[in-house]
Design a protein around this ligand. Structure first.
Ligand code: ZN
Length: 305
């Protein structure tokens, strides 16, 4: 059931088990409107040195790392902050970085939330391709799962299990509404699989939930341009779905972004049932709070200076 896809002609091929840390070759800028805030933002993805990690640099505030310790909100999106500054809806960019093997990046942003674009990670993949990727003279560090770690809440769960190599996602969702129903996918994540199977899967939501959400100040920028809008048994977007199981694929995209908050690529199996940002982040927190559950490993020797 695992799918391992080749990546013919990809501008940024990433071999499995790539050993060197990566960043962009040059800066690239994007702008758009946030799905929750409806506020426009311009962001620039800048190359960063080895061992920087992914860092957000909001206007007029100190930069902070994209780490689980800086999560400030997981309601329908993952928001990061450190003291005063906050940046919302980071998960699709982090997913693109994890999927394409970008370890180091400095993200300048002049608004409170990353732009939604089409609700998927496609715009970030395009931007990264436009900027190009380069290896850095430092070995990549990975985080290997050593024993199972599980979090659960109200019949939903998320767990890490050991695996020999790579990160495999096994994600299941279960909605009463027949338009989604029960969907499960399993993918071993490499850049080809990410591009082809996950990066274009869009955010989704039920039309019935929109007004209550907006009353809470969320979903203010939601539209058919950035969200798959659902009735109980129908898709409202005229173009329909990009995959018959686009919803679970988007949940996989989200999970990959949330797991990137561990700060290093995870080697293991991540399984979840009806999980979301809160449970994904709780699983990362549980894993990294148990020193016996993981080991940091260097998978390539640094090149001589
Ligand atoms: Zn999402």
């Amino acid at each position: 059931m695992f799918e391992v896809l080749q990546e013919p002609g990809s501008p940024n091929p990433l071999p499995r088990g790539a050993k060197r840390q990566r960043t962009l070759e040059r800066p690239v800028s994007l702008s758009g409107v946030g799905v929750h805030s409806n506020v426009p933002a311009r962001m620039t993805l800048n190359p960063a040195q080895a061992n920087t990690g992914i860092v957000f640099a909001p206007c007029n505030a100190p930069p902070f790392a994209a780490l689980w310790t800086n999560v400030v909100d997981t309601t329908l999106r993952t928001a990061l902050g450190d003291g005063g500054a906050r940046v919302g809806t980071v998960e699709h960019l982090l997913s693109a970085c994890a999927g394409l093997g970008i370890d180091n990046l400095r993200v300048e942003i002049d608004g409170p939330e990353l732009p939604a674009f089409d609700g998927s990670a496609a715009a970030f993949v395009e931007a990264i391709d436009e900027a190009g990727c380069m290896d850095l003279p430092a070995s990549r560090r990975t985080l290997k799962v050593l024993h199972p770690v599980r979090v659960q809440h109200n019949g939903c769960f998320a767990e890490f299990l050991p695996a020999e190599q790579d990160l495999t996602l096994d994600i299941e969702i279960d909605f009463a509404a027949p338009v989604i129903g029960r969907q499960r996918r399993i993918f071993a994540i490499d850049s080809g699989t990410f591009r082809r199977e996950l990066s274009r899967a869009r955010s989704f939501g039920f039309l019935r939930d929109l007004a209550p959400l907006q009353a809470r100040g969320l979903g203010l920028g939601a539209s058919l341009e950035n969200t798959v809008a659902l009735l109980e048994d129908a898709v409202l977007n005229s173009e329909g779905l990009r995959f018959p199981d686009e919803c679970v694929r988007h949940k996989m995209l989200d999970a990959l972004g949330d797991l990137a908050l561990a700060g290093a690529p995870i080697i293991g199996l991540f399984r979840s049932y009806r999980s979301g940002h809160a449970l994904n982040v709780a699983a990362v927190r549980a894993l990294l709070s148990d020193a016996s559950a993981f080991r940091l490993e260097s998978i390539g020797a640094p090149s001589p200076v």
